[in-house]
Design a binder for this molecule. Structure first.
Ligand code: MSP
Length: 637
C-alpha cells in the first residue's frame, strides 16, 4: 500500500427514481478528485451508494403501490449502470438496506447513547419529507403548515416520543473546530455560512422516529427507527468496515475521509450534525468537505419535482461520456450554481475539445506521417521558443496542482486550457509544414515539443476524461501505468526526454452535428387545437389546500376533498385518486384546481371543481403542486 491514502465519498442518493444529471454531478466530481489522487500516487478508496430508508422513500413506494424494498431494488441497476457508463471508479457501493450497514448504523447509535449525549423526549413540530428534515420544534397541529427552510415546500406536522442527540452541547467545540480548520470546507465561503448558523445557536436533534417504519431499528427500541439522516451518514463509515469486527483494520486505515463531496443543500447535515455526532461517538472527523452548487436548467434548480431533470444516459450516448464529464467540470464552478444547456454543451465540445485539443493532435500526427516520421525523438538542445513552451507547461502543472489542492476543478481546467492554447500558438507560429522542407531537425523539434505539451495535457486531463485521455496516450505511443509515484514529481524531473511513437487515428472528439430536433430533451407536438387567450381566461385555475380528505361510499376510486381557497372559501371536490393516495397523504397538501366547472354529481355527491393531475411514467395520475407554498386562492396565470 502507498504511504498516502485518500478516502473520498459521494452523497448516498435517495432512490425514488433513476439518477439524474445533478446526482451525476456530485459523483463525477468525487471521481475526478479520486483519479487525481491516483495520479499523485495515493492509495484511493471511493464510496458511493444509495440512501434507501425513510419517509420520503416509503411514501414514494406507497404511491407506486410497491413494498419499499422491492421499490428501491428496481432503481439500483440504473445507478450502477449509469456510474459504469460514466467511468465512475468506485470501490464501494453502499446500500443502506444492506445488513452490514444496518449493523454499523446501530453500533454508531449505541456509541452515541454510551457517550451520555442522548435523551428521550417528545418532538412536536414540522417535518419536511422531501428533505427528511425536522424544520422547527413547537407550534401546534392546528397552525397552518410552515414551508421548509431549505426547499420551501410544505411541511407536515409530527408529534412523537423520540430520542434526541444533545447537539446543543457541541456548539463551542464545533466553532473552535472550524476556527482551527479553516480549510474544512471548500469553497471557503460556505464555511462562513456554517459558522453563522452554529453561532445562532444549535438545538438538540431528534434522532429517532416512531411514526415511520421503513428504517433501521433504534438499538433496543424495536418500536423506533433511527432518523434516516443519522443512519445514512453512517454509510460513509460502514462502507469501509465500521461495525464489522473482521474489517476493523480496514476501517482504521481509511477513516477519516479525506474529502466528502456534496451539494450545498445538504451541507448542514455534513458540516454540523455529522461532526458533532462523530465527536460524541469518539471518531475522527472528515478532513474536508467539497460543496458544490446546483445545476440549473432555464435558471431553475434541476429537480424531479420541477420536472426539468436531464437524463444522463442518452446524453452520454449522444455526446460521449467524457465530453459530458468535461462539461460538468468546466462549465460549473464548484462555488456557484451553473446553467446546463445543450447549446453550451455542444459549443464546448466543438470549440474546446474538437478544435483546440483534438485538432492539435490531428495536425501533429498527420504532418509527422506525411513526412514519414513515426518516431519522434527529443532534440539534444531545445530552441528558446521551445523552452518557453516547456516552462509554460511546467507552470501550468504547478498551478493546476494548486487549484486541485483546493478542489477548484474549473480553475484547474481553465489553466490547463491555457497550455492547450499555448501549444496551438507555438505550432501555428513555427509553421512546421514549412520547416519540413527547409530544416528537418527543427521540424522534428516542433513535433516533439508539441507532443510533450500534449502528453502533459493528457495527464492533467486524465482524471476528467479517462477514456479519451487514454486514447490520446495511445496515439502518442506513451501508454501510462499508475503506480505509487507522483506524476507531478515525474513531470518535474522528466525534462522533456520522451520518445513518441505517433499514430494516426480517427478524430479524438467529433463536433456535434446540429440537429433540428434534440433527441435528449424531447418535445412532443400538442394534440389539441389552439385557442385564443380569451378562451383560456374563461377557465378559473386556483391554488387550494386540501383540508379534509375522506373515502366516498361505494367508490373505490373517488376521494371527497374539502379544499380551502382562501378568500374564495371552501369547496367540495371529488377526485379519482383513492387508488394512489391515502386520505392522510393528501391532508394539508396544496394543489391546483379548476374551480368554475359546472357542479356535477359523482357517486351521489356533488363535485364543485376538478383537481389537476398528470400521469407519471408508470401511468399513475399524480397531483400537480406548486413549487413553493403560495396563498390559497391564488389564481394561475
Ligand atoms: N440522501 C441524501 C444524502 C444523504 S448522504 C448521507 C440526499 N440525496 S439526494 O439524492 O437528494 O441528493 C444527493 C446529491 O445530489 C446532493 O449532493 C445534491 O446536492 C445533488 N443534487 C441533486 N440535484 C442537484 C442539482 N440540480 N444540481 C447539483 N446537484 C444536485 O440529499
Amino acid at each position: 500500500m502507498s504511504d498516502k491514502k485518500f478516502y473520498i465519498t459521494t452523497p448516498l442518493y435517495y432512490v425514488t427514481a433513476a439518477p439524474h444529471l445533478g446526482s451525476l454531478y456530485s459523483t463525477v466530481l468525487a471521481d475526478v478528485c479520486a483519479r487525481w489522487q491516483r495520479l499523485r500516487g495515493a492509495d484511493v478508496f471511493l464510496t458511493t451508494g444509495t440512501d434507501e430508508h425513510g419517509q420520503k422513500v416509503a411514501q414514494a413506494a406507497q404511491q407506486a403501490t410497491h413494498q419499499p424494498q422491492a421499490f428501491v431494488d428496481q432503481f439500483i441497476p440504473a445507478y450502477t449502470s449509469t456510474w459504469q457508463q460514466y467511468e465512475i471508479a468506485y470501490n464501494a457501493f453502499v446500500r443502506t438496506t444492506s445488513m452490514p450497514h444496518k449493523m454499523g448504523a446501530q453500533e454508531f447509535v449505541r456509541r452515541l447513547i454510551a457517550s451520555g449525549n442522548t435523551y428521550r423526549a417528545t418532538y412536536q413540530g414540522w417535518y419536511c419529507t422531501p428533505c427528511e428534515t425536522f424544520v422547527g420544534r413547537g407550534g401546534s397541529e392546528q397552525d397552518a403548515p410552515i414551508p421548509c427552510t431549505s426547499c420551501n415546500r410544505m411541511t407536515s406536522w409530527v408529534a412523537e416520543d423520540t430520542y434526541f442527540f444533545k447537539l446543543s452541547a457541541y456548539q463551542e467545540q464545533l466553532l473552535s473546530f472550524y476556527q482551527n480548520n479553516p480549510d474544512f470546507i471548500a469553497p471557503k465561503e460556505r464555511l462562513n455560512e456554517v459558522i453563522s448558523f452554529v453561532q445562532e445557536g444549535l438545538k438538540d436533534l431528534s434522532i429517532s422516529r416512531t411514526t415511520v417504519q421503513w428504517g433501521v431499528s433504534f438499538p433496543d427500541q424495536p418500536e423506533q427507527v433511527i432518523y434516516v439522516w443519522v443512519e445514512a451518514l453512517c454509510g460513509y463509515l460502514t462502507s469501509v468496515g465500521f461495525g464489522q469486527e473482521e474489517r476493523r483494520d480496514e476501517f482504521n486505515y481509511w477513516w477519516p475521509a479525506d474529502v466528502q463531496v456534496m451539494g450545498k443543500d445538504i451541507v448542514k447535515f455534513h458540516a454540523i450534525y455529522w461532526p458533532a455526532m462523530l465527536l460524541a461517538a469518539g471518531l475522527p472527523l472528515p478532513k474536508r468537505l467539497l460543496v458544490h452548487g446546483w445545476i440549473k436548467v432555464d435558471k431553475q434548480k434541476m429537480s424531479k419535482s420541477l420536472g426539468n431533470v436531464v437524463d444522463p444516459v442518452p446524453l452520454g450516448k449522444q455526446y460521449g461520456v467524457d465530453a459530458v464529464r468535461y462539461f460538468l467540470c468546466r462549465q460549473l464552478a464548484t462555488n456557484q450554481d451553473g446553467e446546463f444547456s445543450i447549446e453550451a454543451l455542444e459549443q464546448h465540445i466543438a470549440s474546446d475539445l474538437a478544435n483546440d485539443l483534438g485538432n492539435l493532435l490531428n495536425r501533429v500526427s498527420v504532418l509527422a506521417h506525411m513526412h514519414n516520421i513515426f518516431e519522434i525523438t527529443a532534440p539534444h538542445q531545445w530552441s528558446e521558443r521551445s523552452m518557453r513552451l516547456r516552462n509554460e507547461a511546467w507552470s501550468v502543472v504547478q498551478d493546476a496542482a494548486m487549484h486541485m489542492h483546493d478542489w477548484a476543478i474549473h480553475l484547474a481546467i481553465a489553466r490547463i486550457w491555457h497550455l492547450v492554447n499555448q501549444a496551438n500558438t507555438y505550432f501555428h507560429e513555427l509553421e512546421p509544414w514549412k520547416l519540413a522542407k527547409s530544416d528537418k531537425d527543427h521540424f522534428v523539434q516542433v513535433l516533439s515539443a508539441t507532443a510533450h505539451a500534449l502528453y502533459t495535457i493528457s495527464l492533467l486531463l486524465w482524471p476528467i476524461m479517462p477514456t479519451k485521455m487514454a486514447e490520446l496516450f495511445e496515439r502518442l505511443g506513451t501508454p501510462i501505468s499508475f503506480g505509487s509515484s507522483d506524476f507531478v514529481d515525474q513531470l518535474k524531473s522528466d525534462n522533456w526526454r520522451h520518445t513518441f511513437l505517433i499514430k494516426q487515428g480517427p478524430a479524438l472528439f467529433e463536433k456535434p452535428i446540429k440537429k433540428e430536433e434534440q433527441p435528449v430533451v424531447q418535445k412532443e407536438q400538442s394534440r389539441m387545437p389552439t385557442i385564443s387567450i380569451d378562451e383560456f381566461l374563461k377557465t378559473e385555475l386556483l391554488v387550494g389546500t386540501i383540508r379534509e380528505a375522506s373515502a366516498v361510499p361505494h367508490s373505490d376510486k373517488l376521494l371527497k376533498l374539502i379544499v380551502d381557497f382562501g378568500p374564495y372559501g371552501t369547496k367540495q371536490i371529488l377526485a379519482g385518486v383513492a387508488k394512489q393516495y391515502s386520505s392522510d397523504l393528501l391532508m394539508n397538501k396544496q394543489a391546483l384546481f379548476v374551480t368554475n366547472l359546472q357542479p356535477r354529481i359523482m357517486a351521489g355527491l356533488e363535485s364543485q371543481g376538478m383537481m389537476l393531475m398528470a400521469k407519471d411514467e408508470q401511468g399513475i395520475a399524480r397531483i400537480m403542486q406548486s413549487e413553493n407554498v403560495v396563498p390559497n386562492g391564488t389564481r394561475l396565470q
